[in-house]
Write a protein that binds this ligand. Structure first.
Ligand code: Z16
Length: 791
């Protein structure tokens, strides 16, 4: 390892050890690790190819992978070797891995889920390929200026991204616009503009390197540099259009989670990566198989939300227009290949493209959508429409074109059946299935929490790393004082690590004995960060009013970004920062309460915050959070949850036990009922003197004396259209927080509850989730030659 690092430093980077920066060392280390990855990757790829195995194709607009060095070193079992080699070279492994930028090709849960799935697919040796976009700029970076979010462009590709291999030989023409002619019973699409999709491959190596898959991200090139003369016969205008489209199409990730922008460029991004992926998987299939009708036996294509839903029409287009298949047969074959995962019920997130826009960008696909629609209406005359009031509804399209549709938690799947897809569910009663989300324990416990990971392995062995159910053996330890002490000792180490970080970066001194209460996720009204900050104010007021009570000291930690155009979310951010400034400066509560909101929350920050949390805030309005996955990461790392009966919280509570979960709030059904009661918010405020007091303080400008009217709009909103029922759940939330305070005063009890949480999280491994997809949707199995490929 040491020699390899030095060799890469010298010949890969042209540096000698004496004049190398942290960056140089990181590059050299990464290349040394990459060489070893390739030695596992190539045999896996070859084995899948020679066995002609069925492959999973996971199509996703987002892959939120974060840093890779540690992950790669850890999965290859090389952390200690790398650390030792670097130490001999007078370098610190921990400093070097922290130099890596965080690859943020995603917004939040959906993108991180895709990354966890890639890790599990490789660990389970299921032949698979992730397909996405190689964005030049990932999710924006967040700054706070006077408490307000300011966005800076993210620039991860300005450094060498050494994990990827460019594949200049893998290129596909992606066409847009123009018109369609029909002659001899065939469609001929004459596009208005064309770009080239070219592949960049990143190996994804599973645990102990036993199997490797590929994450293939597409970048755009103009046709001009490709083959100007023969392609457009000297049409310079077309060539320059192609150049500008190629420059913009992969430029930036759209920063909205769960809201749709309806922008033409977004539609082009979706088609760009989907069309390239479908062409690529057909080409791979045809190198090994003669008959296109066998495609569904070799390719399972999973659509991560509706973003790649154009895959249905695109696959049909290729089958009909290029392979001469009959339309009805093509629709059936495409359906056998496709699965669709729904991730939200929020109406504003359901993609609908105006027909005129869709037809202008994808004229041939609009024709095909009409045929899919006509055929479906013929068979099911009362079916909901794909083409509805001048829109192309991508949810309905994805549903109708998939053989299985899945929700991401038990509750969410039931609500999918009862609400968004109720009518389609009646027509296709076996199509909807549940696959509760999961997380990879390799990154979210083993790598990010070495203290706890070591304790667990010392206690039950390391089998849990690939079989998370084994954690249940820890349950027997909930009465063992020595183990409880060790468990809380690991938590304490992580809390100290975070305290040092907060002190260094924000100048706020934290008491590691205080309860660390963490809410980290995108800022959204339905996630109710606003309710959390209202409760913070109420607690602060109580502490000031009764300074002699036996308070449990708290650190309230917030993290998360708002979509740049989401005004209310940005107001909530500003309010949290204003409240933090006032509370943190108050001498009366200085040993009791701190509010911390570090800017630019991302995967890397989550890896520090989650292991240090005592209390996990999962407080969304019931019925709104499809699953949540942060909730699983916290519980796995021994935090207790305060939460509503929403998303996967419901199942987490079943697994950890009701007595180890702080439940509060209206249920999904009660939420629907309450909204029908006129004036429900004013009634709830009227019934809560505490809430009145908090709202009055904000309204009077207690947290922004220079600009007292700043939050009048936000407060007015709570009185008049509190759609997410912050006011209705406030009192029970506050009371439940006080129950948590009480529980925290009994450390041995708390330790038992915390470790029971960890011990009960086996179900929430993404390995289990992937096994579910493999069995219920994909009909694929683990590759048998794993062991040989390994050794
Ligand atoms: C997203 O992250 C999610 C849903 C969606 O429609 C779009 C995006 Cl970018 C999230 C859900 O909000 C969350 O509850 C869920 O856990 C996650 O997707 C993964 O399924």
């Amino acid at each position: 390892m040491k020699d390899d690092i030095l060799r890469h430093l010298r010949y890969g980077l042209g540096k000698d050890a004496a004049h190398s920066s942290v960056y140089d060392w990181r590059m050299a280390l990464s290349r040394a690790l990459r060489d070893r990855m390739v030695d596992h990757w190539i045999p896996s790829t070859q084995a899948a190819y020679t066995d002609n195995s069925k492959r999973v194709y996971y199509l996703s607009m987002e892959f939120l992978i974060g840093r890779l060095v540690e992950d790669m070193a850890s999965n290859l079992g090389l952390v200690e070797e790398a650390r030792a080699a670097l130490a001999e070279l007078d370098q610190d492994y921990d400093v070097i891995v922290k130099d890596e930028p965080d690859a943020a090709l995603g917004n939040g849960g959906l993108g991180r889920l895709a990354a966890c799935f890639m890790d599990s697919l490789a660990t389970l040796a299921i032949p698979a390929m992730g397909y996405g976009i190689r964005y030049e700029h990932g999710l924006f970076e967040q700054d706070f200026v006077e408490g307000q979010q300011v966005e800076r462009p993210e620039t991860w590709l300005q450094q060498d991204h050494i994990w990827e291999f460019e594949r200049p030989e893998v290129q596909y023409m992606i066409r847009f616009g123009g018109h369609v002619e029909h002659h001899d019973g065939r469609a001929h699409w004459h596009p208005g503009e064309t770009v080239i999709a070219t592949a960049f491959d990143t190996p994804v190596i599973g645990w102990k390197g036993r199997w490797g898959n590929t994450l293939r991200l597409w970048a755009a090139l103009p046709v001009k540099v490709f083959d100007l003369a023969s392609f457009n016969r000297g049409d310079y205008l077309a060539a320059s259009r192609s150049e500008s489209l190629a420059r913009t199409i992969c430029r930036v990730l759209y920063p909205d989670d769960t809201t749709e922008t309806g922008k033409e460029l977004r539609l082009k991004q979706e088609y760009f990566f989907t069309a390239a992926s479908i062409q690529d998987l057909i080409r791979r299939f045809l190198t090994n198989n003669a008959d296109i009708r066998d495609l569904a036996d070799h390719a399972a294509i999973q659509l991560n939300d509706t973003h790649p839903a154009i895959a249905g029409p695109e696959l049909i287009r290729l089958l009909v227009d290029d392979h001469g298949m009959a339309m009805a047969e093509a629709v059936t074959l495409a359906r056998r290949c496709l699965g669709y995962t729904n991730h939200t019920l929020l109406p504003e997130a359901l993609e609908r493209w105006p027909e005129w826009l869709f037809g202008r960008v994808l004229p041939r696909h609009l024709e095909i959508v009409r045929e899919i629609e006509a055929e479906h209406q013929r068979r099911f005359p009362d079916s909901p429409k794909i083409l509805d009031s001048g829109n192309v509804c991508m949810g309905e399209l994805a549903f109708i074109m998939a053989h299985k549709v899945n929700g991401v938690s038990a509750l969410h799947t039931e609500l999918v059946k009862k609400t968004v897809f109720a009518d389609l569910h009646r027509i296709h009663p076996t199509r909807i299935v549940n696959e509760t989300n999961g997380i990879t324990q390799r990154r979210w416990l083993h790598t990010c929490n070495p203290a706890l990971s070591r304790l667990i392995t010392d206690t039950i062995g390391d089998g849990w790393i690939t079989d998370l159910d084994q954690l249940s053996r820890l349950r027997a330890k909930s009465g063992d004082p020595a183990f409880k002490e060790a468990f809380m000792g690991a938590k304490r180490v992580n809390k100290e690590r975070l305290s040092n970080w907060v002190n260094a970066h924000m100048g706020i001194a934290l008491d590691p004995d205080a309860m660390f209460d963490v809410q980290i996720k995108r800022i959204h009204e339905y996630k109710r960060q606003l309710m959390n900050v209202l409760e913070t104010i109420a607690l602060w007021m109580d502490m000031r009013a009764h300074p002699n009570l036996d308070w449990t000291p708290r650190v309230k930690i917030f993290g998360g970004k708002a979509a740049p155009g989401y005004h209310t979310a940005k107001e909530i951010i500003r309010l949290i920062n204003d409240v933090a400034e006032v509370i943190n400066a108050d001498p009366a509560t200085k040993d009791l309460l701190k509010v911390v909101y570090p800017p630019n929350y991302n995967v890397t920050m989550a890896e520090v915050l989650i292991p240090a949390a005592d209390l996990s805030e999962q407080i969304s309005t019931a019925g709104k959070e499809a699953s949540g996955t942060g909730n699983m990461k916290f519980a796995l790392n021994g935090a207790l949850t305060i939460g509503t009966l929403d998303g996967a919280n419901v199942e987490i509570r079943e697994h950890v036990g009701y007595e180890n979960f702080f439940l509060f709030g209206l249920t999904a059904e009660q939420v629907v009922e309450r909204r029908k009661t006129p004036g429900y918010a004013r009634a709830a405020i009227g019934a809560s003197p505490r809430l009145q007091e908090v709202l009055r303080l904000i309204f009077e400008g207690r947290f922004c004396p220079q600009d007292p009217g700043r939050y009048h709009g936000l407060i007015g909103m709570l009185y008049d259209h509190d759609y997410f029922l912050v006011t209705c759940d406030f009192d029970t939330y506050f009371d439940t927080q006080r129950r948590a305070d009480e529980a925290f005063k009994h450390p041995r009890n708390w330790a038992a509850m915390a470790l029971t949480n960890t011990a009960s999280m086996g179900f929430f491994s993404s390995d289990r989730t992937i096994r579910g997809y493999a069995e219920d949707i994909w009909q694929v199995s683990s590759h048998p030659g794993v062991a040989e490929a390994a050794e």
